[in-house]
Design a protein around this ligand. Structure first.
Ligand code: CP
Length: 301
């Protein structure tokens, strides 16, 4: 079976650091067309702006051609074709598959039936490993290290797949966590058990101001409306946090605010003009990191 990236735990610490180094090279030299004979399939069964466009741009900058879809309603999935048949068929067309799917576990299943590497571009509330790699890249770029950082994760820690992957990846680097969420959106027990097992310090709070002044990284997240089965439950928590510029007076100078985006109301627009805001640069970094991941899985770097 070819090497795929489905969960962040598919990469060792050494592989993560290697990919981050290669991404740095791509940031310095943005177009290197050594994949000119490759075809990359981007299959998005769920909406996306950054992940899809940065994967497509990464593929183009590497010289590869891109096939795929951004809306499964325009494919034979709408006629009842199974995921298995779709993946087996696309495996015969493309050298690598990038897939986003609403069902947790769909990406792992795709990697088991595909004859080419599969990259998980997000599967339900489960994992988003390439987002994690670009988060790590941005953290290292802004802090100069990944070691011994205080990371405050804020918002929807229950359904937010990016925080689940990031927590696991940072566990290699002796972090301490503040987990800031309302009762309904707390970090699932399995991830807290993981932290306990790894002897990584964490505290939980509902109060956004509690972790703010100690944080090196403030990782804000959106409440994931699409994961709620009951719209009333979403209404109760949708505006649980709103970070604004006037709240940042006591923050460490090196503190940076990350957000996987899209944001809704959790970061006020006035934060964009502060030196702490880093989410647009973070999204740009996704392109370099995805170039590095594609190159690595295809055996080029
Ligand atoms: N961060 C992220 O996954 O954004 P998109 O949903 O726009 O791809």
């Amino acid at each position: 079976m070819p090497k795929s990236l489905i969960s962040i735990s598919d990469f060792t610490k050494e592989e993560m650091l290697h990919v981050l180094e290669v991404a740095q090279e791509f940031e310095k030299k943005k177009s290197q067309t050594f994949l000119h004979d490759k075809v990359i399939a981007c299959l998005f069964f769920e909406p996306s702006t950054r992940t899809r466009l940065s994967f497509e741009t990464a593929s183009n900058r590497l010289g590869a051609r891109v096939i795929g879809f951004s809306d499964a309603a325009n494919t034979s999935v709408s006629k009842g074709e199974t995921l298995k048949d779709t993946i087996k068929m696309v495996s015969n067309y493309a050298d690598l598959i990038v897939m986003r799917h609403p069902l947790e576990g769909a990406a792992r299943y795709a990697s088991e039936v595909a004859s080419v590497p599969v990259i998980n571009a997000g599967d339900g509330a489960n994992q988003h490993p390439t987002q994690t790699m670009l988060d790590l890249y941005t953290i290292k770029q802004t802090q100069g290290t990944l070691e011994n950082l205080n990371v405050d994760m804020v918002g929807d820690l229950k359904y937010g797949r990016t925080v689940h992957s990031l927590l696991q990846a940072l566990s290699f680097f002796s972090p301490s966590f503040t987990l800031t969420a309302p009762e309904e959106l707390k970090m699932p027990e399995e991830y807290k058990d993981f932290l306990k097992h790894k002897k990584i310090a964490y505290k939980e709070t509902k109060d956004l101001s509690e972790g703010l002044n100690d944080a090196d990284i403030l990782y804000m997240t959106r409440v994931q409306r699409e994961r709620f089965t009951d719209p009333i439950e979403y209404e109760k928590v949708k505006n649980c946090y709103r970070l604004s510029a006037d709240m940042l007076g006591g923050c460490k100078k090196n503190m940076r605010i990350l957000h996987p985006l899209p944001r809704i109301t959790e970061i006020a627009l006035d934060v964009d003009d502060t030196p702490y805001a880093c989410y647009f640069k973070q999204a740009e970094n996704g392109m370099y990191v995805r170039m590095a991941i594609i190159s690595y899985l295809l055996g080029y770097r």
